[in-house]
Write a protein that binds this ligand. Structure first.
Ligand code: PGA
Length: 258
């Protein structure tokens, strides 16, 4: 397998989902920051619930740790009870945002079309979007993985201009591996990443596709991080459960490079 070409800085993001109060978030950061102090090999991002963002930003100020949202609306503002805008995330100090997570797609009616609209809006507000794609277990068993990944990737990228696209990050998260303890084998992940990258090349050109970071997510833990993250096609990780504990997330960030 080839090495990363051109070099792509790995991104390790914590998706806390609906866990942690502001007090718990602050406790996490106070333990986590010293453990990753001076770590520059990877871009580190914490994506807490919205009400924790100000606390986490204040606690990580002047550090090597970035903060992102877990979701946002595609409209600039309006009567959308319970929603949050890209401008609000950016003004709060967020630099990243997760879009189209499978839990949003499955439980909250997120579609390929809304993911695409959100991607446009996030880029307009200079947020670095982490766009999630991934097949269901039934789709994998039916041999539809490639079709699903090509569809989700191409639809997410509709109308995106090449110069804005260089900030996009994609996360391959097979739905059957999320929170289940089942991890895609490095070979399965690498194959999926190649499929996604081939679609990015068709949508945005080969040069951009080669530069785009594609993360893996789904039961990433300290025990499997090194194997997964040494795959040349895997440019980082989106971590749920194992990111809730500062020691465990720090161990993932400190995977060993072969
Ligand atoms: P997990 O979640 O690490 O708990 O499987 C990953 C995700 O949903 O982003």
């Amino acid at each position: 397998m080839s090495t990363r070409k051109p070099p792509r800085k790995p991104l390790i993001a914590a998706n806390w989902k609906m866990y942690k109060t502001p007090t718990q978030a602050k406790e996490f950061v106070s333990v986590f920051l010293p453990l990753v102090h001076g770590h520059t090999r990877d871009e580190i991002v914490l994506c807490p619930p919205f009400v924790d963002i100000a606390t986490v930003l204040a606690a990580t100020h002047d550090s090597n740790v970035h903060v992102g949202g877990q979701n946002m609306h595609w409209q600039a503002e309006g009567a959308f009870t319970g929603e949050i805008s890209a401008a609000m995330l950016a003004a709060a100090g967020c630099t990243h945002v997760i879009l189209g997570h499978s839990e949003r797609r499955q439980l909250f009616g997120e579609t390929d079309e809304t993911v695409n609209q959100k991607l446009h809006t996030a880029l307009q507000h200079k947020l670095m979007p982490i766009v999630c794609v991934g097949e269901l277990l039934a789709e994998r068993e039916d041999g539809k993985t490639e079709e699903v990944l090509l569809r989700q990737t191409s639809k997410a990228l509709v109308g995106i201009a090449a110069d804005a696209a260089r900030h996009i990050v994609i996360a391959y998260e097979p739905v059957w591996a999320i929170g289940t303890g089942k991890t895609a084998t490095p070979e399965m992940a690498a194959e999926a990443h190649l499929i996604i990258r081939s679609q990015v090349a068709r949508s945005l050109g080969r040069e951009l596709a080669d530069k785009m970071r594609i993360l893996y997510g789904g039961s990433v833990k300290p025990e499997n991080a090194t194997t997964l993250l040494n795959q040349p096609e895997i440019d980082g990780a989106l971590v749920g459960g194992a990111s809730l504990d500062p020691q465990s997330f720090a161990k993932i960030v400190q995977y060993i490079t072969f």
